[in-house]
Design a binder for this molecule. Sequence first.
Ligand code: BV8
Length: 261
Amino acid sequence: MTEPEQKLSLDVAAVAKKLATARCVAVVTGAGVSAESGIRTFRDTMEGLWKEFDAKKLATPEAFDADPATVSRWYDHRRLGCLAAEPNPGHLALAAIERNITSRGGEFHLFTQNVDRLHQRAMTSNVIELHGNIMEWRCTQTGELILLPPEAMTVYPAPSPFSSGSLLRPNVVWFGEALPEEALIRAYEVFPRADFVMTVGTSATVYPAAGLIELCDRLDATRVEVNKDATPASRHVDYSFRGASGDLLPRLVRAAWPPNG
Ligand code: BV8
């Protein structure tokens, strides 16, 4: 076993020991977790008819106001992609962590920046969506929500069924929009008292989600990052695993709760 592999095994064992006895686990996930389900991240260059677009410019209220048809078409394209995707071993490992922690009377809170609802489809129950979700669409006038059927929208932009003359917009949080108040209140309440916090598959560049890991200020807390690349969060954690969430998270679960007990 090479030296890096040895260090990885020791770190996984150390983190697993802390995880297995944690009483309050707070996790924040980003697009990197869903990347292994085939859902491209914001930093991936877009392809096909979207290659000349910049995701960060499309994910704004200004873009929707200027060209609701194009923005609606992009979100509907992404919505269908998310529906066609399946949860991957990283999603399933996080659901297993929740089951193991809560079955021993602990708390598990999964804050996600992802809008694809794959954590819910992986049967994680306590998912807090920081940036909304791409499955629900909202009336621009009344704010009422509607879940669209699994097939493509028939017209872009879609007229709102709730208020004539209004449109449907994706129920996501765009850049420049406030995050859901209840999600932020929960995050600001949980992270400072969590004894195990983990950031997974995020570039930790989009605020306020990127700042959550820094809220953990318990001296006895274990702070972990799982990400393919180093990020601004890497200096705020005790263990920063470089690698795919679909490999590292299941390894952590097996080490914390060995299958043969
Ligand atoms: C707000 C939904 C205020 C839409 C998204 C300081 C404080 C507060 C705000 C700001 C601030 N500084 C700047 C701001 C403004 C802005 C911001 O943060 N800008 C950045 C660019 C600097 N923040 C906002 O606008 C937020 N709003 O603060 O409002 C306010 C208050 C009151 C009233 C009005 C306003 C709203 C931000 C939410 C934007 N919406 N998504 C949609 O999906 O279309 S953000 C979107 O981009 C994603 O959700 C994701 O979080 C983010 C980044 O996307 P990616 O880079 O693709 O993904 P990610 O970051 O997760 O990176 C992928 C990582 O995974 C990489 O590091 C890669 O190495 C790794 N990886 C890849 N594969 C794997 C992997 N890791 C492990 N395994 C793998 N297999």
